[in-house]
Ligand binder design. Structure first.
Ligand code: KIV
Length: 271
């Protein structure tokens, strides 16, 4: 039996062990109780309460506007639906970049008020001190390198990162710095597969890829994208595992017809 199948609760130690044994880690986002419950029951290892909630839940163009209160609310809902998965909660933009004391305060609020099991934050050497401080307070931290959506206005594009040698070397340096600062895992977003493989092999902590090829220690996708609920986002790395958007469209249209035609409710559905 695999390490993941054996675990009644996934912890950061389980993920380290999975990396050591070459067992792939699965991670998906969730933002609410009902879907988190389904995702957890299906056997996912890690649920990320991502700041992508800003896009898929709140309809914002970027992840910038979402607040710490919003993230805590989403995480509270998710935690209630989860029995087995490790729940990681994104620290939103503006709640950790200022200084390490602010970063620690934000992480403590997430842990105390949501019941999540770990936090995630974006960045490399510039956030290493904050990671160290959060970890030394007993809070597990997941890093996030490559395409970092909270810095979208600095880069101006969502294109593949670290294609050039200098940026690739910086990513390796950042990954080593945040591993040394205490990250239990690092997400690589939209970087060349070859680079992700090379850096993953040099780290002892598990790497989780999104648009970073198959050699990362695990994979993550945004739930609403892989279920086909979002329609206007189709990067090359996204595989759609369902077409829930069209299923919902068909069901709602049928309901409208049935109500208008007097077919719903029928006698059996009435008291
Ligand atoms: O917020 C999010 O959903 C993320 C994933 C894309 C990794 O950070």
């Amino acid at each position: 039996m695999s390490i993941a199948d054996n675990a009644t609760k996934i912890t950061t130690n389980t993920l380290q062990e999975m990396k050591r044994e070459g067992e792939k880690i699965t991670m998906l986002t969730s933002y609410d109780y009902s879907l988190a419950r389904l995702v957890d029951a299906a056997g996912i290892d890690v649920i990320l309460v991502g700041d992508s909630a800003s896009n898929v839940m709140a309809g914002n163009e970027t992840t910038i506007p979402i607040t710490l209160d919003h993230m805590i609310y989403h995480a509270q809902c998710v935690v209630k639906g989860v029995e087995r998965a490790l729940v990681v909660v994104d620290l939103p933009f503006g709640t950790y970049q200022g200084d390490s004391k602010t970063a620690l305060d934000s992480a403590i609020r997430i842990m105390k008020e949501s019941g999540g099991h770990a936090v995630k934050l974006e960045g490399g050497t510039e956030v290493a001190e904050s990671i160290e401080r959060i970890v030394s307070a007993g809070i597990p931290v997941q890093g996030h390198l490559g395409l970092t959506p909270q810095s979208i206005y600095k880069f101006g594009t969502y294109s593949v990162r670290a294609k050039e040698d200098a940026e690739a070397a910086k990513l390796l340096e950042d990954a080593k710095a945040i591993e040394a600062a205490g990250c239990f895992s690092i997400v690589f977003e939209k970087i060349p597969a070859e680079l992700a493989a090379k850096v993953s092999a040099q780290l002892s902590v598990p790497t989780i890829g999104i648009g970073a090829g198959s050699e990362c220690d695990g994979q993550v996708l945004v739930l609403h994208d892989m279920l086909g609920i979002t329609k206007d986002f189709s990067p090359r790395f996204l595989r759609r595992y369902a077409d829930i958007g069209n299923t919902i469209d068909g069901a709602v249209k049928k309901y409208i017809d049935d109500v208008r035609n007097g077919d719903f409710p029928n006698a059996e559905e009435s008291y």
